[in-house]
Design a protein around this ligand. Structure first.
Ligand code: G6Q
Length: 546
């Protein structure tokens, strides 16, 4: 997507310089870049905060990096970072500060919002969460009938679901195995029905996770959960107090629902939904892994925050990855990024990143409302390796599209089993190598491949990737990875000059659905949509009757 007239961003000398530079790199193959610089693989790498980033397999040279760093300077990335940490209302369309970094600030640190330090309040909630988590985990918190809690069902959607699900799956190794944690997000009744399948209401705790406590899907599921519970526990409404807790900023709506504010864990409007897995929204994670591991995750995030805030841009992991992402999207024409964790526990990490990246940077106007004029947020997608290799990697290797990849691997497996881990990691290294260097027609001929098959079997290579290596998937490591991508998003949003923290694009569909709901059940309501929507609703009215 590009607007015909040049926009403020395109008019910047730093942007123009990159545009002028791009054809040079487009004409060069990674094979040449490596051949002419034998140290490239060691040089274009960064070891910080316990993460080793190899970015040498990107189609960049030292000039590219220099020009990208100038672009960061020209677009005020430094000022934006400082403004975020200062608690300024950088989410201008909603008039809010953006202080998820305060959620992981250590006790005693000071982060001001409107002149008041927010860190003590953060720790007060964390301490309450920890006290509650210990009682549930240790069996001191009993259900209405006196049984201990065995099942936890988190009801939430979007930012109140994707982070908690991802973190629960990622840190399952550290979880208390006799506590079973489930998640309900979709308003599709199947989601709820399957989540409570076969569990005993007397042993079940529902967590209603909703910042606003007004979200249609979550409130519908929360009411169904209350009905389900009460119908199984004899209809005594006082059971709610032992089986429901709320995570929200809306105390009034929580008590209206029937959950006492004692059973509510709060957060603040300076925490965006998709940036909230480390707030009270992370209660399911804390229940699963315990307060100590949860705090270790927060510490990992904080380490990355400090690195982002303080490291010079040329040695700053999120800034470098963010800028290289801009290079791939805006100057080499890539439309997506594949995130490929070689770690089964990170199976929901790409789905989590989809919201983080695409809801944050899927925008077409700048902060002042003017069109950005260049492509913004790439499409993030992915699956854990090696499974992806047996499905969509074909397109990444030999298709016509450029798909930059982020490979994520660990030095040690949490489940060592024979030589599985070496096999897994050999595949990480092999994929990056194959993508970058490919296989030429001459190499194939030298191997005696029949001429007719040469075009089919050759790999052009020159396909960019980053490789991230960490020691082991600990809670701290997960925290570092999450904060790394949060800050990559921030860096890119700052360069594009957009607001990473609003999501107006989800509103229209929500409003139309509200209008359509009453039309579905009543065939007498005249439909005033377009002819397609009218016909679909008409068909559905017939189908729903069965
Ligand atoms: C995230 C979005 C969105 C939000 C959900 C749930 O940044 O704002 O995904 O998290 O719509 O909202 P509630 O937590 O208010 O139910």
């Amino acid at each position: 997507m590009t607007d015909s007239s040049s926009t403020a961003l395109q008019a910047l000398p730093a942007w123009k310089a990159l545009q002028a530079h791009a054809p040079k790199l487009q004409a060069q193959h990674l094979r040449e870049l490596f051949a002419t610089d034998p140290q490239r693989g060691e040089r274009l790498a960064l070891d910080a905060v316990g993460i080793y980033l190899d970015y040498s397999k990107n189609r960049i040279n030292d000039d590219t990096l220099r020009l990208l760093l100038s672009l960061a300077e020209a677009t005020g990335v430094r000022e934006r970072i400082d403004a975020m940490f200062r608690g300024e209302r950088i989410n201008t369309t909603e008039g809010r500060a953006v202080l998820h970094v305060a959620l992981r600030a250590p006790r005693g640190a000071k982060i001001l919002f409107d002149g008041a330090d927010v860190v003590p309040g953060v720790h007060e909630v964390l301490d309450r969460m920890a006290g509650f988590a210990e009682r549930v985990r240790g069996g001191a918190w009993l259900g209405h009938g006196g049984k201990r809690i065995r099942h936890i069902v988190n009801i939430g959607i979007g930012g109140s679901d994707l982070g908690p699900v991802m973190a629960y799956e990622a840190l399952r190794h550290y979880s208390q195995r006799d506590l079973d944690v489930r998640f309900v997000s979709n308003v599709d009744g199947t989601d709820f029905a399957e989540a409570v399948q076969g569990i005993d209401a007397a042993e079940t705790l529902f967590i209603i996770a909703s910042k606003t406590f007004t979200t249609l899907e979550t409130m519908t599921n929360a009411h169904s959960a209350r009905d389900w519970l009460l119908s199984r526990l004899g209809g005594d409404a006082s059971a709610v107090a032992k089986h429901f807790v709320a995570l929200s900023t809306n105390a009034e709506a929580v008590s209206k629902f029937g959950i006492a504010t004692d059973n509510m864990f709060g957060f603040w409007d300076w925490v965006g939904g998709r940036y909230s897995m480390d707030s009270a929204i992370g209660l399911s994670t804390m229940l699963a892994i315990g307060p100590e591991h949860f705090r270790a995750m927060l510490d990992g995030m904080h380490q990355m925050d400090e690195h982002f805030r303080l490291a010079p841009f040329e040695r700053n992991l999120p800034v470098l990855m963010g800028l290289i992402g801009i290079w791939n999207s805006n100057f080499l024409g890539a439309h997506s990024v594949a995130v490929l964790p070689y770690e089964q526990y990170l199976k929901r990490f790409p789905a989590y990143l989809q919201q983080l990246t695409m809801e944050s940077n899927g925008k077409r106007v700048r902060l002042d409302g003017a069109p950005i004029g260049v492509d913004t947020g790439p499409i993030y997608w992915g699956e854990p390796g090696t499974n992806g290799q047996h499905s969509f990697y074909q397109l990444i290797h030999q298709g016509t599209r450029l798909v930059p990849c982020d490979f994520i691997g660990f030095g040690r497996s949490l489940n060592p089993l024979g030589d599985h881990h070496d096999q897994l990691m050999a595949n990480v290294f092999a994929q990056g190598e194959a993508l970058a260097f490919g296989k030429t027609a001459d190499e194939l001929r030298a191997e005696g491949v029949a001429e007719a098959l040469v075009p089919h079997k050759s790999f052009e290579g020159n396909r960019p990737s980053n490789t991230l290596l960490l020691d082991e998937l600990t809670p701290a490591a997960l925290g570092k990875l999450v904060a790394l991508y949060e800050h990559i998003v921030f860096t890119q949003g700052a360069v594009w000059g957009l607001n990473c923290f609003d999501q107006w694009g989800v509103e229209l569909g929500k409003a139309l659905a509200q209008r359509i709901i009453p039309e579905l059940g009543d065939a007498n309501v005249a439909l005033k949509h377009d002819s397609s929507t009218n016909t679909l609703i008409g068909r559905y009215r017939q189908l729903r009757r069965g």
